[in-house]
Write a protein that binds this ligand. Structure first.
Ligand code: SF4
Ligand code: SF4
Length: 100
């Protein structure tokens, strides 16, 4: 059963630049990503918005493998701050898993 953490978004959204809710799941970002991620960015953003904390924790390797190259962000039709969002998720994971 999926456990939902309704406070997850507040833990991650420590900057006004975090705008995952602007994503409408079109898939343009995933198609352009040179790493070929399946999970980034759109699924990852859904997990955050739905409070699926375990899915975020399970995605640590992918989150830290992102090149922050911004190819996805350049083409996003909704001006989602993809790389900044990913940076904030990394910050959350570093605090949660490593205590830094
Ligand atoms: S391109 Fe932008 S709006 Fe489309 S799925 Fe990716 S982040 Fe969401
Ligand atoms: S910033 Fe990350 S998710 Fe976006 S295209 Fe580059 S590697 Fe892929």
């Amino acid at each position: 059963m999926i456990k939902v953490n309704s406070g997850l978004i507040d833990k991650i959204k420590i900057s006004e630049d975090f705008n995952a809710s602007a994503c409408f799941n079109c898939g343009t970002c995933s198609a352009l990503c040179p790493v070929g991620f399946d999970i980034l960015p759109r699924k990852l953003f859904r997990y955050v918005l739905l409070g699926e904390e375990e899915k975020i924790l399970e995605s640590t390797d992918q989150v830290f493998s992102c090149l922050l190259c911004r190819m996805c962000e350049e083409q996003c039709p909704h001006e989602v701050n993809i790389t900044e969002n990913i940076r904030l998720i990394r910050n959350y994971l570093a605090k949660s898993k490593l205590g830094v």
